[in-house]
Design a protein around this ligand. Structure first.
Ligand SMILES: [Zn+2]
Length: 96
């Protein structure tokens, strides 16, 4: 079966959807679309809850920064953590 959209088109769709505060249904669609083409959600991954698929906003989530981690707590109880430092910083650590 051939996919209808190119990778680029899917990236554009993701970008457009997240600029409009997408609903849970839209996020579910975006996720499956991205997965079907192996498109990475990258910076959009921390814009919605992995558990209940709500788009995070100030009403349904709390954001805390602690120890280089961005911690997002959703109203559904799900907690997501993201490292804030770019990956190359970690590679500078001495190896023992
Ligand atoms: Zn949630």
């Amino acid at each position: 079966m051939k996919n209808k959209f190119s990778k680029k088109e899917i990236e554009d769709k993701i970008k457009q959807a997240f600029s409009l505060n997408p609903s849970k249904t839209q996020i579910r669609k975006i996720k499956s679309l991205a997965m079907s083409k192996n498109v990475k959600l990258n910076e959009y991954k921390n814009k919605f809850c992995k558990k209940c698929l709500s788009c995070f906003d100030s009403n349904n989530s709390k954001i805390r920064i602690r120890n280089r981690f961005k911690i997002i707590k959703c109203d559904c109880g799900n907690i997501q953590r993201y490292i804030l430092r770019p990956r190359q910083d970690l590679n500078l650590r001495p190896r023992h």
